[in-house]
Design a protein around this ligand. Structure first.
Ligand SMILES: Nc1ncnc2c1ncn2[C@@H]1O[C@H](COP(=O)(O)OP(=O)(O)OP(=O)(O)O)[C@@H](O)[C@H]1O
Ligand SMILES: [Mg+2]
Length: 280
């Protein structure tokens, strides 16, 4: 992989929490991967938090992921996944605050686990009222020490303007990349979910023992909401072990069947998401 820009490496090495923002296909994830690998090489204990719910690199779509990087990597997907927060949607539209909270919890967990550098990758939504609100809620909740903005023109300035005098800000030109179409993004998302659910087998859960709740971005607990829903599966420590999807529900017997690669004996609670699987 190309080395990260020297200014970015120097700034990220000097602070604990770095958040990278920029529009779609500006090279955010590639920069986070390059920085993480170099910081690990410098002897830092490095975590990455992937707050992009749709084009996820660390953990599957619909989650915020926590990863560890211990050596140089080519792509962010190579980070070792050590934590997941299931939000239940691939778009943060209905759950901006919950996505920001999940991101902040995983940053805190990285420090609890002994990391000394955390790099946060974000979605490409930066423009318009929605993109600005999304990024500001995240920055305000996570309070990074450093913002790195990858810009084609000045599209991040409305966000950055609010933070003059706050975290350090480094502006860099966007990478010259091919823009991906919405259809390519959908395919990438679907492939990532398929990969996560590869090897899934039916696991029947007893709902008198396993608690069910709507995910932050979920619909509800009515049968129509639950059947076919993508779900987050938590162990008894409250941590999400992986995803599955609901293939059957027997209300009379209080039994619910999920297709998942997570071992049934580990599952203590499930969160019902908004997305369906397999996608229609
Ligand atoms: N500095 C660079 N030089 C050349 N190609 C690059 C560079 N950075 C990224 N790319 C390529 O551009 C594409 C998009 O990069 P990347 O996934 O890092 O962007 P992103 O901003 O994270 O996109 P998204 O908004 O979808 O999350 C990838 O194929 C990547 O390999
Ligand atoms: Mg990305």
């Amino acid at each position: 992989m190309n080395p990260p820009p020297a200014a970015a490496l120097e700034a990220a090495a000097a602070t604990r929490v770095t958040l990278v923002l920029g529009a779609g296909d500006t090279g955010k994830s590639t920069l986070v991967a390059a920085l993480a690998g170099r910081l690990a090489g410098l002897g830092h204990t490095v975590a990455v938090v992937d707050a992009d719910l749709g084009q996820s690199d660390v953990g599957p779509p619909t989650t915020v992921g926590l990863g560890r990087v211990r050596r140089p990597i080519e792509r962010l997907e190579e980070a070792e996944v050590v934590g997941l927060e299931f939000v239940g949607m691939t778009s943060p539209a209905r759950c901006m605050r919950e996505t920001a909270e999940a991101t902040a919890r995983l940053v805190a967990r990285a420090f609890e686990d002994g990391c000394d550098r955390v790099l946060i990758d974000t979605s490409g939504l930066v423009e318009g009222n929605f993109g600005r609100a999304l990024k500001r809620i995240k920055i305000d909740r996570v309070r990074p020490d450093l913002l790195i903005a990858l810009q084609r023109r000045d599209e991040c300035e409305p966000i950055l303007r609010v933070y003059e005098g706050g975290p350090a800000i480094l502006r860099l030109p966007a990478a010259a990349t091919a823009r991906r179409s919405p259809a390519e993004r959908r395919r990438h998302r679907q492939r990532a979910l398929d990969a996560h659910l590869a090897g899934a087998i039916p696991v029947t859960l007893d709902l008198t023992r396993v608690s069910a709740r709507p995910a932050p971005g979920g619909r509800g607990l009515a049968v129509i909401d639950v059947l076919g829903a993508l779900v987050g599966l938590d162990a008894d420590d409250g941590r999400t072990r992986g995803l599955g999807w609901v293939s059957a529900l027997d209300v009379g017997k209080a039994r619910l069947t999920v297709e998942t690669a997570v071992g049934g004996e580990q599952i203590a609670a499930i969160a019902i998401g908004r997305e369906r699987y397999p996608a229609a």
